[in-house]
Design a protein around this ligand. Structure first.
Ligand code: FMN
Length: 228
């Protein structure tokens, strides 16, 4: 059994381009991979709570000393982390908002990147005290942007705080390898946008095959040990 966690961050419903990419990836995945299980986390249906003082206090209290109230505060985080832990493949479908990720996706990341659950913290490690506790996962990042030129060498590469941010944070989600496919030009609605959509959709079957082959090789360590 191979488990895929599919996270959707767009609030645009059926108009959403990132959802279109995520749905196509999921359909391709289910067609290609035997015994595939998909967990769908729709951040538009319910946004994860923001981290607040009570959350931080609960998080930094040792598990065996937490009160019922603290356990309640951490319950959404526990649920989201359990979904992540179960998955070898993490698919994040997201729009670009203000050159970064939408608040719903950031709220999800803040709930799942958690000390002593997904990373450990030890000052004995010197200047790099954080280490991930999960390993071997594959991230498939599917994005949509209104403007263009956010990729390597592009005219807006320096303004792209979406996939660089997700990639850095995903190190603390146990991600060992990332694949990215994106649509651009949505706000222009011209031929360049149509080509961008067509190219991205055409790239999905190859991406599914690439990710399935990576999982099958079991090349990513413990988290990817089960075969596709
Ligand atoms: C609040 C908001 C902020 C946005 N910020 C940007 C941006 O900074 N850069 C950009 O290229 N597009 C931006 N866009 C356009 C979206 O990225 C684009 O519409 C994308 O297709 C949305 O993804 P979706 O179709 O999956 O919902 C923004 C759209 C909204 C609604």
């Amino acid at each position: 059994m191979t488990t895929m966690l599919h996270v959707d961050a767009s609030v645009r419903g059926t108009r959403s381009l990132s959802r279109r990419l995520g749905d196509a990836f999921r359909e391709g995945w289910l067609a290609q991979v035997s015994a595939a299980r998909v967990i769908h986390r729709d951040l538009a249906a319910a946004a994860p709570p923001f981290v607040d003082e009570a959350w931080i206090a609960a998080c930094f209290t040792p598990a065996d000393r937490r009160t019922d109230a603290m356990r309640e505060v951490l319950a959404p985080s526990d649920e989201l982390i359990a979904e992540l832990e179960a998955a070898e493949v993490l698919v994040i479908a997201t729009p670009m908002f203000n050159y970064g990720m939408p608040a719903r996706l950031k709220a999800w990341i803040d709930q799942v990147v958690r000390v002593d659950r997904t990373f450990s913290f030890d000052l004995a490690r010197g200047d790099w005290p954080l280490e991930p506790l999960l390993a071997g996962k594959i991230l498939v990042l599917l994005t949509s942007a209104g403007e263009f030129g956010f990729g390597p060498g592009g005219v807006r590469e320096h303004m792209n705080h979406l996939d660089p941010h997700v990639r850095v944070a995903s190190g603390y989600l146990g991600v060992a390898e990332t694949f990215h496919l994106g649509i651009e030009y949505q706000e222009f609605g011209d031929a360049r946008h149509e080509r961008s959509v067509a190219d991205a959709m055409a790239g999905i079957p190859g991406l599914v095959a690439q990710v399935a082959a990576t999982v099958r090789r079991g090349a990513l360590g413990d988290g990817a040990r089960r075969s596709a």
